[in-house]
Write a protein of this length. Sequence first.
Length: 124
Amino acid sequence: MAHVQYLDTPAGRLAVVPEDEFRTLVEAAEDNADAAAIAAFRKRLAAGEEELVPDVIVGRLLEGENPIRVWREHRGMKASDLAEKAELSQAFISQIETGKREPSISAIKAIAAALHLAVDDLLP
């Protein structure tokens, strides 16, 4: 940064640099922010607060499959297992997964907890 010019203004002292040097600084700042975000994610992943989701699961969700069914199957659970953990009936879980019934917010919260997910992960 050999090409810095300082200007004193009523708003304070300004540093003026050539545009190419400015762009280099911006790119470096963005790279540092990305590196910090990756480090934070890796820390959460190591602590079990995050998980890696296989692309096939992401694809099913993006294709519009019922997220409760997708996550239940990804967790290796039967509908009866999910029903028991969420303290709901197996029939109700089946009706939700097939779109025959809309779950209440409390049901979604219970299902999310049973699947170790955030409620947002189950919303379309």
